[in-house]
Design a binder for this molecule. Structure first.
Ligand SMILES: Cc1cc2nc3c(=O)[nH]c(=O)nc-3n(C[C@H](O)[C@H](O)[C@H](O)COP(=O)(O)OP(=O)(O)OC[C@H]3O[C@@H](n4cnc5c(N)ncnc54)[C@H](O)[C@@H]3O)c2cc1C
Ligand SMILES: *[C@@H]1O[C@H](CO)[C@@H](O)[C@H](O)[C@H]1NC(C)=O
Ligand SMILES: *[C@@H]1O[C@H](CO)[C@@H](O)[C@H](O)[C@H]1NC(C)=O
Ligand SMILES: *[C@@H]1O[C@H](CO)[C@@H](O)[C@H](O)[C@H]1NC(C)=O
Ligand SMILES: *[C@@H]1O[C@H](CO)[C@@H](O)[C@H](O)[C@H]1NC(C)=O
Ligand SMILES: *[C@@H]1O[C@H](CO)[C@@H](O)[C@H](O)[C@H]1NC(C)=O
Ligand SMILES: *[C@@H]1O[C@H](CO)[C@@H](O)[C@H](O)[C@H]1NC(C)=O
Ligand SMILES: *[C@@H]1O[C@H](CO)[C@@H](O)[C@H](O)[C@H]1NC(C)=O
Ligand SMILES: *[C@@H]1O[C@H](CO)[C@@H](O)[C@H](O)[C@H]1NC(C)=O
Length: 552
């Protein structure tokens, strides 16, 4: 069993290959979709309808609609496409992209696309793993993208410790606007900065404060949503059922969320972060084995310690497995060191591993941008794009050491960067919130979530097939060690391998309960009921949106 390989001399941290992958610019050829639909007919109807809407000041809607004949169409379309797998000439293209600056314009886009028989895709940050916010996978009916990127105002009220956040804002902008007003308020926001809050909050939304304060969606107290008739609702007028459903039940299902009202949470002026590398030679198998027993249930809620791992080529051609223990501690380094020394002495955490900083600076630290100006948080293109596929699993019992070693063998057989894992600890506040409080069901009883990542920078069908094939086989291998019946998954880690709403022979939607129970478990049935009442005609839909009962 030759899995014990030498640690590299480590000049430049190979952690960088987790995130730093070359940006590849592809030629772009706009081609409008068609299949029995007359684009110019449906498109003409849509535009006529849109232009008829009452003007309410600000830029006129005609300046906010992009069609393939506009020279800026492809730059607007491509801007938010995060997964380069779906930035190809073959990817179906929208007839129009509407980028409202006023809520009334978003309402008009809903009304007019419905009236002219065009499918609508809603996009905020464009991070959907399967690209469902900007392309239809099944069939190529003409469609319109409602892109929320101009609707991204954030109003923070320190006195009440609340904020209104429009859907088009990114997690980074939210960090920035909170910190602008206060250094002792925060929000359990995504760890990744360019994610849009439209999709993020619609599927739950976790970050480095999840064990202390739960998910983003656990801290939403009001919302504004446009229904399929184009009407605008707040919490009161939408009712508690719909308000429950939109906090985690998935995007593009119940309506267009225009803005969220969130409850801000206290954060200390100084937090502590660390990232320590441990290799096979340094017994990372033993460390991870132990980590499983403490990370969720035996560390203070203030400490969120995740593990990132991958296998790397050494200079001499040998392979090794590296793991990084990375944490945010809501407190000072001295307290963290005391906690680590009693709960996890094997890690050998040292004072020089720890850095104290403000909470907002920690948001840059976790995307490896520590020390960059805070304005980086406002940059929607600060991340480097690549080709990727993700999956997720929930672990309820510690994985035996011998199985961990088998997992490492899988990873060592893979090429460098072909298979990366992140273990996200649960417990703390996550275990106190009931499984049915919001649609996100993964609460008490979960030790951690496994995030499977394969990311690459080579547009080659062969590379894609090999990598995704490997990930699927590894996922099958993991089945005995993770949640079962159903095998659960995080809704925001969209994975079409789990099933889609594609109609089967007798036009039923039985596929939905398969993927639906994995994402939402026992909350699935209530989501179907809410969907049936809120959007019986299934106007808001994609390949993995909750269907109304009427379409089963
Ligand atoms: C690099 C990367 C890092 C990530 N990091 C994290 C993380 O730290 N924490 C975490 O929880 N998740 C993370 N995710 C997953 C992320 O939460 C989901 O991909 C999320 O859906 C993205 O939201 P978006 O607005 O950027 O994406 P989009 O692709 O714009 O939207 C996602 C879905 O929501 C729908 N939608 C978007 N806006 C609205 C709206 N206003 N109203 C109704 N429906 C809408 C879309 O139609 C689509 O179905 C990450 C994803 C990526 C690619
Ligand atoms: C498509 O619609 C346009 C505008 O309504 C019309 O002029 C054209 O003849 C139609 N084309 C076909 C093939 O039906
Ligand atoms: C796209 O082109 C049309 C027709 O020339 C024009 O009216 C519209 O304003 C253009 N859209 C944008 C966003 O420039
Ligand atoms: C590795 O770590 C585990 C758990 O901390 C411990 O039981 C084991 O003895 C360690 N093995 C070696 C070789 O240090
Ligand atoms: C690679 O591993 C083998 C076996 O452990 C070892 O003998 C060799 O020195 C290593 N090569 C390098 C360049 O580290
Ligand atoms: C935060 O980061 C900025 C640079 O981005 C730095 O100037 C500042 O000193 C840091 N502050 C704290 C408290 O960490
Ligand atoms: C945003 O980040 C990207 C990538 O680092 C960079 O190329 C671009 O110049 C930045 N934009 C701004 C406005 O700073
Ligand atoms: C991309 O992958 C193909 C097939 O494996 C390979 O032949 C080619 O060299 C790769 N290109 C780059 C730039 O890595
Ligand atoms: C057709 O629908 C029924 C339920 O309405 C289901 O039991 C059956 O399996 C479906 N058949 C096919 C081929 O999908």
């Amino acid at each position: 069993m030759a899995i014990i390989l030498k640690a590299p001399p480590s000049s430049r941290s190979p952690l960088s290959s987790l995130v730093i992958i070359l940006f590849i610019c592809l030629p772009y050829f706009a081609s409008s979709a068609s299949s029995g639909y007359n684009d110019s007919h449906h498109g003409g109807n849509f535009l006529r309808c849109l232009y008829r809407q009452k003007q309410t000041g600000g830029p006129s809607i005609s300046k906010l609609v992009y069609a393939p004949y506009n020279s800026t169409y492809s730059s607007v379309l491509d801007l938010s496409i995060q997964n380069l797998r779906f930035l190809t000439p073959e990817t179906p293209k929208p007839l129009f992209i509407v980028t409202p600056v006023a809520v009334s314009q978003a309402q008009a886009a809903v009304r007019c696309s419905r009236k002219s028989g065009l499918q609508l895709r809603i996009r905020s940050g464009g991070h959907d793993f399967e690209g469902l916010s900007y392309q239809p996978i099944s069939g190529n009916r003409p469609f319109v993208i409602l892109d929320m990127l101009n609707l991204r105002r954030i109003t923070v009220d320190v006195e009440s410790a609340t904020a209104w956040v429009e859907s088009g804002a990114t997690a980074g902008e939210l960090y920035y606007r909170i910190a602008e007003k206060s250094n002792t308020l925060g929000f359990p926001n995504a760890a990744f900065l360019t994610v849009g809050v439209g999709g993020l909050f619609s599927g739950g939304g976790y970050g480095m404060m999840m064990r202390k304060y739960g998910l983003a969606a656990d801290n939403i107290i009001d919302a504004q949503i446009i229904d399929s008739d184009g009407k605008l609702h707040d919490r009161k007028s939408m009712g508690e059922d719909l308000f429950w459903a939109i906090r985690g039940g998935g995007g593009n299902t119940f309506g267009v969320v225009v803005s969220w009202r969130i409850r801000l949470v206290p954060v200390p002026e100084t937090v502590t972060v660390f990232t320590v590398l441990r290799t096979l030679e340094q017994n990372n198998t033993g460390l991870i084995h132990k980590w499983q027993y403490i990370a969720a249930d035996h560390l203070p809620d203030e400490l969120y310690m995740r593990v990132l791992m991958g296998s790397y080529n050494e200079a001499g051609g040998n392979r090794t497995l590296m793991s990084w223990f990375q944490a945010l501690y809501l407190g000072r380094a001295d307290d963290l060191l005391r906690t680590a020394a009693t709960s996890f002495p094997e890690l050998g955490l040292a004072r020089e591993d720890c850095t104290e900083m403000s909470w907002v600076n920690s948001s840059l630290y976790f995307v490896r941008m520590a020390g960059q100006p805070l304005e980086t948080l406002l940059n929607r293109s600060s991340n480097q794009k690549n080709y990727f596929k993700y999956k997720s699993d929930y672990v309820k019992e510690p994985i035996p050491g011998s199985t961990l070693e088998e997992m490492w063998r899988w990873m060592l057989r893979a090429d460098q960067g072909e298979l990366l894992l992140i273990f996200h600890p649960y417990g703390g506040r996550m275990s106190e919130i009931s499984e049915s409080a919001i649609p996100f069901p993964h609460r008490a009883g979960n030790l951690y979530k496994i995030e499977y990542i394969t990311a690459w920078n080579n547009r080659s069908a062969e590379v894609e097939a090999r990598r995704i094939g490997l990930m699927r086989r590894f996922y099958r291998f993991m089945a005995p060690y993770v949640s079962k019946s159903p095998r659960l998954a995080y809704a925001n880690y969209r994975d079409l391998d789990l099933g889609t709403n594609k109609k089967s022979g007798n036009t039923s939607y039985h596929g939905a309960s398969v993927w639906g129970r994995k994402y939402f478990n026992r909350n699935f049935d209530r989501l179907v009921k809410v969907k049936t009442a809120a959007d019986p005609g299934n106007f808001f839909r994609n390949e993995q949106s909750i269907p109304p009962l009427t379409s089963w």
